[in-house]
Design a protein around this ligand. Structure first.
Ligand SMILES: Cc1cc2nc3c(=O)[nH]c(=O)nc-3n(C[C@H](O)[C@H](O)[C@H](O)COP(=O)(O)OP(=O)(O)OC[C@H]3O[C@@H](n4cnc5c(N)ncnc54)[C@H](O)[C@@H]3O)c2cc1C
Ligand SMILES: NC(=O)c1ccc[n+]([C@@H]2O[C@H](COP(=O)([O-])OP(=O)(O)OC[C@H]3O[C@@H](n4cnc5c(N)ncnc54)[C@H](OP(=O)(O)O)[C@@H]3O)[C@@H](O)[C@H]2O)c1
Length: 499
């Protein structure tokens, strides 16, 4: 075994972060007497949010639609060969996560989720097999989940993700095709050796399916992509630099990274890059360094165009040139193949269990306060499930920030955002991003997200005392100390209230 000094430093730093920033797990049988929170979904966001809550003395109940095997959410359902495309440095979804490598696989990700679940005694607080269909507030503002059997809650964290069931469109002529058709999330145990494989879809799952077919020694893999997405290198420095565009939209200087990517990454394959009118700060890019090399060496091909229909031995396809939009003119070809992989994505789980007025335009998701709190409902945090496109990461530090903002709002009335101010912030962000080619909240960068948090804390002086707690979870006794003092003060003021 060789010792990699960079990896050792990485592991050491993670260990320090874990020691410094992980909230203490509650003692066995400890009574968590802070407000009670319902968490919907037991993927990494739900488990991480729940651990933050109990670590700070708040009681939780996690509702998971799936059975015990679904703990871990999407990672419990994808292929064994699935793994992170971004560097794990950007996938630290809880302070105690300790990655053994830069690009962990599904197993390691699930193990980290399970560890947190056990470490924070969340087993006894999780209800499996319960699909949340409705949440509503009683006269006192307490939340009820489905029906009253689970008691009342002070806050809701919706952590239902964005990847539900596999999306498998029906394509004309599918029944004529002689080979097998699989969804990209069900490739375990499938035989691709020596076969010609067509992959439908040009997103991250298509790239991952290509990794699978290459490892399985397919003869050739052809990706059939309807629309153009940027591919960026699997390099933590490049990915971080791109995420540092604080404006979260196309800016005057966006041509620089786009040109550099075309020149030094796409090189001879620059015609596979999106056309010049589709900037990099408009849609989630794919993160992969091998796909272009596989195309160069001839084991893979990437065709832009539209599927006409399946035929017995493959797919009839209209191949388009760069810049010609979907449905536009092109050359008709037949892509012969033995197997088709549908990398056509996943259906989006619905937030429709929330009150109807959370979906009223122009403040329907993702157009919510900090993209996560529906205006008028500061006690609802839709953590990680409203985003559309971003340059950043889903499983990172922000899960804790959002959770702690909710906890702060719940325990300190003076920090709560009022409906009008929530809407004003949304309108202000829309105004800032008026020139963006995408709607303001349909694309953001990680640095923009950090700016939102900074602004949210800085704008209200009553939130300043919570800054270290919100950003780092520091001051484990802090919320409790403040709440107790506030409670005492409120008790003292009660006689005056009734006058
Ligand atoms: C193959 C693959 C690789 C990925 N790689 C990356 C990556 O490298 N980087 C990255 O940032 N992201 C990646 N993602 C995106 C991934 O979705 C997130 O990183 C993250 O795992 C999402 O976690 P989550 O807990 O928010 O959602 P999920 O893991 O989807 O969990 C949501 C849970 O909520 C439950 N649920 C839904 N609705 C209800 C309901 N009404 N009632 C009760 N329970 C409900 C679901 O059953 C599910 O268990 C990848 C996705 C896939 C499919
Ligand atoms: N390791 C990783 O990082 C990783 C791996 C897999 C998935 N993910 C994440 O998981 C989420 C889902 O990714 P995904 O790649 O599965 O889905 P996706 O991003 O939604 O991409 C689906 C692709 O399929 C195409 N498509 C859909 N229906 C089609 C049809 N009827 N005919 C032709 N093409 C069709 C889409 O084309 P259009 O764009 O034209 O609709 C798109 O190119 C994303 O958030 C992604 O980042 C991450």
């Amino acid at each position: 075994m060789t010792l990699n000094p960079i990896l050792l430093v990485y592991q050491f730093l993670q260990h320090i972060i874990a020691r410094l920033l992980s909230p203490n797990p509650p003692l066995p049988n400890a009574k968590l007497n802070r407000p009670r929170i319902a968490i919907i979904g037991a993927g990494l966001t739900g488990v991480s949010s729940a651990a933050h809550c109990v670590g700070h003395g708040f009681d939780v109940k996690i509702f998971e639609a799936g059975d015990r095997n679904r703990l871990g959410g999407i990672w419990a359902r994808v292929n064994n060969t699935s793994g992170l495309q971004i560097h794990s440095l950007m996938y630290r979804f809880f302070p105690s996560v300790e990655w053994k490598s830069g690009y962990p696989n599904r197993r390691e990700i699930l193990d980290n989720i399970y560890n947190i679940w056990h470490q924070y005694s969340l087993e006894e607080k999780t209800e499996f097999g319960v699909t949340v269909e409705k949440v509503w507030q009683d006269g006192d503002g307490h939340w009820i989940v489905n029906d009253e059997q689970y008691g009342k809650f002070d806050g809701i964290i919706a952590a239902i993700g964005t990847c539900g069931e596999p999306k498998v469109p029906h394509i004309p002529g599918q029944e004529k095709f002689k080979g097998n058709i699989y969804h990209s999330s069900e490739l375990d145990g499938k035989d691709a050796k020596g076969k010609k494989i067509a992959i439908i879809g040009g997103g991250a799952s298509a790239v991952e399916a290509l990794e699978f077919t290459s490892a399985a020694q397919a003869e050739k893999t052809i990706i059939l992509s309807r629309s153009d997405k940027w591919i960026i290198p699997r390099n933590a420095a490049v990915d971080t630099l791109l995420a540092m565009n604080i404006f979260g939209q196309e800016i005057l200087l966006s041509w620089i990274p786009e040109k550099l990517l075309r020149m030094f990454f796409y090189r001879d394959l620059a015609d596979l890059a999106p056309p010049s009118n589709k900037g990099i700060f408009t849609e989630t890019p794919m993160v992969n360094s091998d796909v272009l090399d596989k195309i160069r060496e001839g084991s893979a091909a990437w065709l832009r165009g539209d599927i006409v229909e399946f035929v017995e031995n493959g797919i009839r396809f209209v191949q388009r040139a760069q810049g010609v939009p979907p449905g536009g003119p092109g050359k008709e070809i037949t892509v012969e193949c033995d197997v088709v992989i549908m990398a056509t994505g996943f259906t989006r789980p619905k937030l429709s269990f929330l009150p109807d007025n959370c979906f009223e335009e122009p403040y329907a998701p993702p157009n919510w306060y900090l993209q996560t709190f529906p205006p008028g409902y500061m006690s609802v945090c839709a953590n990680n499930c409203t985003y559309v496109n971003a340059i950043g990461t889903v499983g990172n530090y922000h899960i804790g920030v959002y959770t702690r903002l909710l906890l702060t709002f719940l325990v300190d009335p003076l920090t709560r955002p009022r409906e009008g101010l929530m809407k004003a912030w949304i309108d202000m962000t829309r105004l800032f991003k008026k020139r963006s080619p995408t709607p303001a909240f349909d694309f953001f960068t990680y640095t923009e997200l950090l700016w939102w948090y900074f602004f949210c804390v800085a704008i209200n002086p009553f939130r300043w005392k919570w800054a270290l707690f919100v950003f780092f979870g520091i001051g484990k006794g802090l919320p409790m100390g403040f709440v107790e003092e506030e409670d005492m003060l409120r008790e003292k003021l009660k006689p005056y209230d009734s006058k």
